[in-house]
Design a protein around this ligand. Sequence first.
Ligand SMILES: Cc1ncc(COP(=O)(O)O)c(C=O)c1O
Length: 461
Amino acid sequence: MDGALSKNDISHIVEADKAHIWHHLIQHKGFETNDPRIILEGKGMRVWDQHGREFLDAVSGGVWTVNVGYGRESIAKAVYDQLMKLCYFAQSAGSIPGSLFAEKLIEKMPGMSRVYYTNSGSEANEKAFKMIRQIAHKKYGGKKHKILYRDRDYHGGTLATMSAGGQDERVMQYGPLAPGFVRVPHCMQYRAQWDLSGEEYGQRAADAIEEVILAEGPDTVGGLCLEPVTAGGGVITPPPGYWERVQEICTKYDILLHIDEVVCGIGRTGTWFGYQHYGIKPDFVTMAKGVASGYAAIACCVTTEEVFEMFKDDASDKLNYFRDISTFGGCTAGPAAALENMRIIEDENLLENCTNMGERMMGNLHGLMEKHKVVGDVRGKGLFCGIELVSDRKTKEPVPEPTIAQTVAECGAQGVIIGASNRSVPGLNNCLCFSPALIATADDIDQITDAVDVALGKVYG
Ligand SMILES: Cc1ncc(COP(=O)(O)O)c(C=O)c1O
């Protein structure tokens, strides 16, 4: 850390935070007695707080975002140059980075064709919901308007995305929610809902979606929104055979498949997009966090030419096109940063590194499972991993929630920031989460899992 701030500057920043900031996902009662953690700087995989403490960041900015690591001068420069040329113009017109990033993105997404820019993951999801709803009106007299979402998945904090929210602790007390969103069962094998294994389990979990469609009436269901790997709901990787069957079901009932890649998108799982592991052909793909690695706010709702064409079918009707705008979808910093972010991932072979380091991390986590009986399950894909902690491996009783916070704090005391499922599924906020930047080295991975090893020993014995 360069130490450019004086002690007085730092205490001013802390006091201003305590006086005026309403932090995200924090219960402020009791919080005010401690100083908040202020992150002053970041470089590569590491960040420094107001006390000059260095941390290895195992969660890419807390919420799996900074995929290419901190302090990338070339992204900052690309953004600076673009802002000096043109900072903003409404996306009803085009821009240089808007066009070039869309072109580059679509190169990585065979079958997809059109990019709708917006500024957060929630909004990108809402754009897809609105398109699905409008298609229902255009093609099916409004009837095929229901959108299915899955237990334990998360799609955002706006009212419509909460209505598609499979994590009840994020939703409770914010009702009434929007109608027309229907829940389907999760596909997690560890907490199995069916006494099956392997592909049979995967197909059964997908069949559960078909059962909901049949109960609701296939002519009322227009879309299905799923995370490729459920993130905050416990890093849930799909069972084999699941996605193939999901795709079949969508085709059979003419249901648009919307994949929420807000976390998995842009390399997190070792491919550009999580769905690309499973041979799926989505109708919508939404993305946000890793798109510009947090250097600028940008989110995209990407769809096919076929969907795009549906909005041009009757030019004489002035309400028949997608009548939506997102003010900050016209910011040029986002696509400028995103273009450079993508170049870095390609030039530095970060997808390959993600796969290799992800394997190392999974290996280390399995080692922890052998050593600590509190580790009930290890899950992950690429550099997106989680472990589920249980008091009893047989009953799978989750560990008490405060001990999860203690484990996170013990890692912090060793200079490693890890994540945990937080206010997600009632009684099941018992997963530790790891999503280091795609630049992680073997030493970084070992430092993370060594810290977890020590922390588990201290908290659970
Ligand atoms: C899978 C998923 N979708 C959507 C969102 C919402 O994104 P945002 O917070 O940018 O609105 C999140 C945020 O964590 C997410 O994890």
